[in-house]
Write a protein that binds this ligand. Structure first.
Ligand code: GDP
Ligand code: MN
Length: 384
């Protein structure tokens, strides 16, 4: 692996297309999708897309999770769609229900209230269980024990460019722990006390502040001696008066190393948060929890932005421009008629989207998180 350019510690693993190297050994990795029987069409859509753009060369197993028994029809149709093995797992009831320390009546009342207040998904009990599941128990499921890496998939997403290399292999080679495609803002109302709890844990464990954590903060504008005073009422700030900017990695796409999330440190943090009840009394998402935990505990150079992956979830998408002159001989495989321009500096391979346009909160959120070694607020460094 060539040494990284110090100005660009996190460039794309590959630029453009290469012949997929299918002879190289696979990692212990799985594609994973949590879904419901009623999302059959959407699940199939995502699987078709990832098979066409990646997995038809690598044949990684896909593990499907459900909180209910699977419909036979779902199993049959997805079995017919995957190019590798498909497994259909049911999540143990005890990790998909209110834990004993939660006041269930209070939680249900809060969930109802969140729904009435129009907090996205706040009124759906299942969504709360889902966020809690993906925040902690997902990583310790017996069904995933044999895997060291996962690529999270969701129903109704699109992959728009070919991924001709094995991202698990590349992540291992480069010591990466967490990979993401999009970053955007969390809705404050879904998790008003999350940052406070996270930061309390961070301070009580004396976790040093790194540049990625700083990049995720919104620095205080209040002069230093007055910060405590101004920030006091909701304690939504750290010792330096900074608060979380609400920028986070969007976890519906994730390629990551299980080891980090299985570590005692992360699982302790999860348990601490779980005991606070915010998965139910508020609607803490797994995305901000993963993001703040990664920012807090992972070396910034071990986080990777998959800028070469064309990806859509909901109305947000990332579309890399195609790299020039890197077409494979079999380029017709991916509808060559519909290619958009190849652009100098592009990193995509045979993208079927317009690389001049992407909806990824580019300027304010993603770019900030992409600067893990930036010299943020250098004149205040001595205060820390
Ligand atoms: P969004 O991505 O936040 O807009 O919400 P989604 O509706 O896509 O839910 C996120 C993920 O959780 C998807 O993979 C859903 O299939 C899954 N999910 C959400 N609620 C439930 C549930 O009650 N049961 C199951 N099995 N999966 C769920
Ligand atoms: Mn979704």
């Amino acid at each position: 692996v060539p040494l990284p350019d110090p100005k660009d510690v996190d460039g794309p693993f590959e630029t453009g297309c290469r012949e997929p190297d299918t002879s190289q050994p696979r990692e212990k990795a799985a594609l994973v999708m949590l879904t419901r029987n009623k999302e059959l069409e959407q699940a199939k859509h995502s699987v078709e897309s990832i098979e066409r753009h990646f997995n038809r060369w690598y044949h990684y197993p896909i593990v499907f999770f459900n909180d209910e028994e699977w419909d036979q029809r779902f199993i049959d149709e997805l079995n017919a769609t995957v190019s590798g093995e498909a497994r259909f797992e049911v999540i143990p009831q005890d990790v998909w229900s209110f834990p004993p320390w939660i006041d269930v009546d209070k939680a249900k009342a809060s969930i109802k209230d969140q729904g009435e207040r129009g907090i996205a998904y706040g009124g759906l009990e299942g969504y709360h269980h889902m966020c809690r599941f993906y925040s902690g128990h997902f990583y310790t499921l017996p069904a995933l024990k044999e895997f060291e890496w996962y690529w999270r998939l969701e129903p109704d997403v699109d992959f728009m460019c070919a991924i001709t290399y094995d991202p698990f292999v590349e992540m291992r080679k480069r010591g990466k722990i967490y990979g993401y495609a999009q970053a955007l803002w969390e809705v404050t109302e879904s998790c008003p006390s999350l940052f406070m709890e996270m930061n309390d844990w961070k301070e009580s464990h004396r976790i040093p502040t790194n540049n990625l954590w700083r990049a995720m903060m919104r620095p205080s504008w209040v002069p230093f001696p007055l910060r405590r005073l101004f920030a006091a009422p909701n304690r939504d700030h750290d010792r330096f008066g900074d608060t979380w900017s609400r920028c986070h990695y969007w976890s519906n796409f994730e390629i990551a190393k299980m080891e980090f999330f299985r570590s005692k440190e992360y699982q302790d943090l999860f348990e601490y948060l779980d005991k606070k009840g915010g998965f139910y009394y508020e609607r803490w998402g797994d995305a901000p929890i993963h993001s703040l935990a990664v920012a807090m505990l992972v070396d910034p150079t071990k986080v990777h932005h998959f800028e070469d992956v064309g990806y859509r979830h909901d109305k947000f998408f990332q579309c890399p421009a195609n790299a020039p002159g890197r077409q494979l001989p079999d380029s017709k495989l991916l509808g060559s008629d519909s290619y958009f321009e190849e652009i100098e500096g592009g990193s995509g391979c045979r993208c079927e989207c317009d690389g001049r346009w992407t909806r990824n909160h580019q300027a304010y959120c993603l770019n900030k998180l992409k600067q893990p070694v930036s010299t943020y607020r250098p004149s205040f460094a001595w205060l820390r």
